[in-house]
Design a protein around this ligand. Structure first.
Ligand code: GUN
Length: 294
């Protein structure tokens, strides 16, 4: 079997186009959703991610504001910026790019964000709502994975999903989303015994460990759906260019899986589309235009 290659880039572009059309219609009525992205320090990968978020937001008609603070900024300075953005009526969504420089307590900063503007879904309030199954803002990458599974990997109810990785950003929230959709969820991580055997039991594999090509084709159950969240930059060999690979050995896994996301071009583009979807949701909810989705 050769797996269906799930084209996250095309799917995200379709989502973005629909969002852009809604925002154009809303702008004619005077409502423009506002997104503020905060970058502290000079991590080069974060700078690229943030620039992509800001550019896509502008393209789709959002009021997009970038804030850059030096790595030397203290926690008090970042907190003051977050509080100013909380109070700014033109801003519907606030994203503080992670990781933050050493010496800044990321949990304190994230929890200073007004939960109604927490378009990353990372505050304790929104994380709690997700666990309780209440409406709230859901982290962007897990939401992107779920939309891809709905479109290409269904049905979810009763399926055994194995999530590899237990981060607050991806592993824990995707497990909650899948549980809500009636999957049987196993959370695996670096201390899991016989990980290949655990993954072989999965109808759905979510790989979010950050280790290049760790999940091998021989671990995948024939017909499983594989969602690869990893973005790992391999150093350039002396005679060539560096490569970006996922957490799954794509070519091997594609021989056995029913469907699989590539890296790049799979989950990555969905993260930005879902950030903008969340910002639009926050805008509508805050301004009383409709009830919270998704
Ligand atoms: N760093 C890597 N991914 C993310 C994300 O989705 N949100 C934030 N805030 N930081 C990140």
């Amino acid at each position: 079997m050769t797996a269906l290659r799930i084209d996250g880039k095309a799917f995200a572009a379709t989502l973005a186009a629909a969002l852009g059309a809604e925002i154009a219609a809303s702008a004619s009525g005077g409502v423009v959703p506002g997104l503020a992205v905060v970058l502290v320090g000079d991590d080069p990968a974060s700078a690229i991610y943030v620039a992509n978020k800001e550019r896509t937001a502008k393209q789709l008609g959002f009021h997009s504001v970038g804030h850059r603070l030096p790595a030397s900024a203290g926690e008090a300075e970042v907190l003051a910026l977050v509080r100013a953005l909380n109070a700014d009526p033109a801003i519907d969504g606030i994203l503080v790019q992670l990781p933050l420089p050493k010496g800044i307590d990321a949990r304190r900063i994230i929890d200073a964000i007004d939960p109604a503007k927490d378009v990353d879904g990372l505050t304790a309030v929104n994380a709690g709502r997700l666990v309780l199954g209440e409406a709230g803002l859901v982290p962007c990458t897990p939401l992107g994975c779920l939309l891809l599974l709905d479109a290409f990997g269904g049905p979810l109810a009763g399926a055994h999903a194995v999530v590899i990785g237990r981060s607050n950003l991806v592993g824990k929230p995707i497990a909650q989303l899948l549980l809500q959709r009636d999957c049987t969820v196993t959370m695996a991580h670096s201390r899991t015994r016989d990980l290949p055997a655990v993954v072989r039991g999965a109808d759905i594999v979510i790989a979010a460990v950050g280790r290049p090509e760790m999940v091998r084709g021989s671990w995948i159950k024939p017909g499983a759906v594989v969602i690869d969240v990893g973005i790992n930059r391999l150093p350039a060999p002396p005679d060539g260019k560096g490569r970006i690979v996922g957490d799954v050995a794509y070519a091997e896994a594609a021989e056995v899986a029913r469907a699989i996301t590539p890296v790049p071009g799979g989950v990555g583009p969905m993260t930005i589309a879902c950030l903008l979807r969340n910002t639009w949701q926050a805008c509508r909810t805050r301004r009383g235009l409709s009830a919270a989705g998704p």
